[in-house]
Ligand binder design. Structure first.
Ligand SMILES: Cc1ncc(COP(=O)(O)O)c(C=O)c1O
Length: 440
């Protein structure tokens, strides 16, 4: 029997019982369940890096504002589909102060998590023009967005940006856009899973092509301002969160409150539609909606049909958080910066023990330390590596499910790893390295 940090016999038995064909091929939730059962039987805590969930308490300002609102009786009332006025005002202020863009309050809309904003947008954008019925994903990306396309029956195309950074991005994007079927482009920035961040040069390329080919850019800012290499935390002061909005006014932004405000449980996010796109008329929309105005179709057609708006009390919670942030009274970046610190320490442990960082550069610069990082080990595919790491008490997910072509890669999320576990992580990585010598 092999000596591994987590009892070899138990791990092997639990994998067998789970009926998973391979740990490396399992979904995030399947891995979570397997690790829960191994932890239960062995009493040993894993270094859990599979789930991208906040590891911090929720922003208190929000919780208190929600309680206050509930006490006033708002639970009995339907919220307006387009959002309560104080929240719309603060979203509009937030994007002015942190992105330096002017967006009318009408286009600042709360959604049930940014997940719902995406769903409504994919549904509406791909119905504006019958010839443009396909979303282009700049991958790697968040797997649920593809699942949304599948359940909606909407087509998508995708490529891994790894080999197309910098100026190479232009030619690659044009090879898709010139076909004429692409309605919109979706990416997250900072990126889940790789934590790459597009440079101003790359965002300019994307924005200019959006203008040239009349496509909508859907920029997912789920990790808003969390590229800690620069300080984006000062309202109304540069530098601002880099964004395509500098280069095109054909955009929809999805700004999640799940990670930046540790507010995932309340399922509230922001969808921000540029004034130009909001007021765009597209006659093909009339096939599905009673209006041909995009902004009205997405609110009174899609969002109405999905959930008739966003729950009332989280809207008050988010409005209060944003007001404090906008007024410079609450520094949300200071709170989440710990993720970057943890990533720096953890990445070093991996590198010291023979591992490599897969997505390691933004053009010429090393990537930032943040919520996620990607790693590999010589001689292993991502799947094989995950299968083996379970015996070392380390869990994560394979990049294969994210549209990445780097099949050797694994995504690690730092949020749930407690600093007290760092010595264990180091010991386990050292043993892994000893047990799997790298051939020079
Ligand atoms: C890139 C990306 N987009 C969207 C989401 C979902 O955000 P929300 O919780 O606001 O629905 C996540 C959450 O992990 C994410 O990583």
């Amino acid at each position: 029997m092999k000596e591994t940090p987590i009892n070899h016999e138990v791990v092997t038995r639990k994998i067998k019982e789970s009926k998973l064909e391979s740990v490396g091929k399992a979904s995030i939730r399947e891995i979570k369940k397997l690790v829960d059962t191994i932890e239960e039987e062995t009493g040993e805590a894993f270094i859990r890096m599979e789930m991208g969930i906040p590891g911090l308490p929720p922003t208190k300002i929000g919780v208190e504002a929600e309680i206050e609102a509930l006490k006033k009786g708002i639970a009995a009332l339907y919220p307006d589909i387009y959002g309560i006025p104080p929240l719309k005002k603060e979203i509009s202020r937030f994007v002015k102060l942190f992105l330096d863009i002017d967006v009318d309050r009408e286009g600042c809309i709360p959604t049930v998590g940014s997940m719902q904003g995406g769903f409504a947008a994919f549904m509406t954008v791909n119905r504006m023009n019958r010839k443009k019925d396909t979303t282009l994903f700049i991958d790697p990306g968040f797997p649920v967005h593809k699942q949304q396309h599948r359940v909606l029956g909407i087509k998508y195309e995708t490529f891994d940006v790894y080999n197309y950074r910098g100026d190479k991005l232009k030619h690659k994007l044009e090879s898709y856009l010139k076909k004429g079927n692409i309605s919109s482009i979706l990416y997250s920035n900072p990126n889940n899973p790789s934590w790459i961040c597009f440079t101003h040069n790359e965002l300019r390329i994307i924005g200019e092509l959006a203008e040239k080919y009349d496509v909508i850019i859907m920029e997912d800012l789920a990790y808003f301002a969390m590229d800690f290499r620069k300080d984006y935390s000062k309202p109304g002061e540069p530098p601002y969160q880099p964004s395509v909005t500098r280069y095109t006014d054909n955009y929809i932004l999805f700004i999640s409150s799940s990670k930046v405000f540790s507010y995932a449980g309340q399922r509230i996010g922001m969808m921000v539609i540029s004034d130009k796109l909001y007021n765009t008329t597209a006659p093909d929309l009339l096939r599905y909606y009673t209006t041909d105005v995009f902004g009205k179709a997405i609110i009174f057609g899609s969002l109405y049909a999905l959930s008739s708006g966003t729950a009332h009390s989280p809207q008050y919670g988010l409005a209060a958080i944003l007001k404090a942030v906008n007024d410079g009274e609450y520094d949300f970046i200071k709170v989440v910066k710990d993720y970057g610190e943890k990533a720096r320490i953890m990445k070093k442990m991996f590198l010291d023990n023979g591992f490599d960082i897969v997505y390691d550069k933004d053009e010429d610069n090393p990537i930032a330390d943040g919520f996620y990082f990607t790693f590999s080990y010589p001689g292993f595919t991502g799947e094989e590596l995950l299968n083996e790491l379970v015996y070392y008490g380390i869990s994560a997910i394979s990049l294969a499910i994210t549209g990445s072509e780097r099949l050797e890669g694994i995504r690690a999320c730092v949020s749930l790893v407690n600093r007290k576990q760092f010595p264990d992580l180091e010991k386990r990585l050292q043993q892994f390295h000893r047990d799997h010598p790298v051939k020079k």
